[in-house]
Design a protein around this ligand. Structure first.
Ligand SMILES: [Zn+2]
Length: 442
């Protein structure tokens, strides 16, 4: 016998199905040629229109419900700022796309053999709307990404050595290391801050003293992706000259790792892992995590050091041709690639003369900048704007495409397109997926 409850449930199901919301919008993706593709699992009618003040594109799809997330769609290659959805009284699913500028999109649709309906919205007036086959649309997954405001700049912390009561080395002409390295550091910071995607932070901006550990703490507070200490020391031998680059060694780092173990509250996070949440009474897991991070950081520091050394070799002779490893305190952060650059020797008459000159200081700063750029070209930190923009786009080959025409359309070269896709020949097949080189891959 039916209970009242079962009856109500049955009625509810009946009512819901009689609403006629039979179709589902299952996908909303941005395709490789910056078209918007909407996929609905039934053949339903739709209409679209444009509104201005503010500019919007409205798409109404009859008898359809939303079955996909509109969050985290990367619209950055389209004029779409945001999208929202609502259900109309007429049972239409209404999608409202806020546009960054007035548009005249080309809107087409097709019905696949399976009964799936696809709506293509192409904002580019020059591009032709592709006929996307059933199989290729399946491959077109929504491109997930963090939103614009989540993408951060790469943070480079620059540490001019010494300062205030500590002048560092002093040359025969009375040149203080603390002044020379501050000047070079400021030039370097300016170069980086003028580069989109980069943010340089100085541990000191004037002539004052900061403890070594205070410098490391600043780097941690600023969430540094890189730490560069800049020095110009002296040596007993006045003939000694040339630039050197130092990184920490695993041995030199071990004492700091031990400190991390001891100071739980000061260093609670490591590479996104909250160390305080570890249920680890004997510290073993903590210690392993710190070691792993430290080892990876030393590898990165050596890579950075080599890039900087190569660039410095273009403007000054090198004191050592290899990155040296020494247990300098400021290089001991277990999770921030760090180097110490000895730009030259103030104890050497020629180098003192050079290091005093703003022209030479800028030359050194440009070499350091070049080294930093070379390093990040290979090692973009996750979550940064630059890492995001370097991700290759995908493109589905349509009729009439050639390697040359695709390369031209995306302002890349045939050679880059071949390389990224391992193409042996220039013939493309319909529906073939191509990676479009961008940023570092181009
Ligand atoms: Zn120094």
């Amino acid at each position: 016998m039916r209970t009242g409850r079962q009856f109500v449930m049955g009625l509810l199901v009946l009512l819901l199905s009689s609403q006629g919301l039979a179709a589902k919008l299952t996908q909303l993706v941005v395709s490789a040629n910056n078209s918007l593709v909407l996929e609905i699992d039934h053949n339903v009618d739709f209409r679209w229109f444009l509104l201005s003040h503010p500019n919007r594109l409205i798409v109404d799809i009859q008898d359809t419900q939303l079955q996909t997330s509109l969050q985290h769609i990367d619209f950055s290659s389209t004029p779409i700022a945001t999208v929202r959805a609502g259900l109309q009284k007429s049972h239409a699913l209404r999608l409202v796309f806020d546009l960054t500028r007035p548009q005249k999109p080309l809107v087409t649709s097709e019905l696949a053999a399976s009964g799936t309906k696809r709506i293509f919205i192409n904002f580019s007036s020059t591009a032709t709307v592709p006929v996307v086959t059933q199989t290729t649309v399946k491959n077109l997954k929504p491109i997930m990404s963090v939103t614009h405001q989540d993408r951060r700049n790469i943070v480079v912390v620059i540490d001019p050595g010494h300062g205030g009561k500590d002048p560092g080395a002093t040359g025969r002409q009375g040149t203080h290391e603390k002044d020379v390295v501050l000047a070079i550091s400021k030039y370097l910071a300016e170069l980086l801050n003028n580069t989109p995607g980069y943010n340089a932070v100085l541990t000191r901006k004037g002539d004052y003293f900061i403890e070594l550990r205070g410098r490391m703490k600043l780097a941690r507070k600023d969430k540094a992706d890189m730490f560069i200490a800049i020095h110009a020391d002296a040596y007993i031998n006045a003939l000694a000259r040339g630039s050197s680059v130092f990184a920490i060694s695993a041995h030199g780092a071990s004492s700091e790792a031990a400190r991390w173990l001891a100071e739980r509250e000061n260093y609670s996070e490591l590479g996104g892992v909250n160390l305080n949440q570890l249920n680890d009474k004997n510290n073993l897991l903590r210690s392993v995590l710190i070691d792993l991070s430290q080892n990876a950081t030393i590898t990165s520091s050596l890579q950075l050091g080599n890039a900087v050394l190569r660039a410095l070799g273009q403007v000054n002779r090198l004191h050592h041709n290899k990155v040296e490893q020494a247990p300098f305190m400021v290089l001991k952060s277990p999770d921030i690639p760090s180097i110490l650059v000895e730009t030259g020797f103030l104890s050497n008459a020629i180098e003192e003369q050079n290091l005093r000159s703003p022209y030479y200081q800028q030359k050194i700063a440009r070499a350091l900048y070049q080294g930093v750029m070379d390093y990040f070209a290979q090692n973009l930190p996750e979550g940064t704007m630059l890492a995001q923009s370097a991700k290759p786009m995908r493109y589905i080959v349509t009729r009439g495409d050639t390697v040359a025409s695709v390369a031209q359309h995306y302002r890349t070269t045939v050679a880059a397109l071949r390389r990224v896709n391992n193409l042996r020949s220039d013939s493309l097949s319909f529906g073939q997926e191509l990676l479009i080189p961008t940023g570092n891959n181009a």
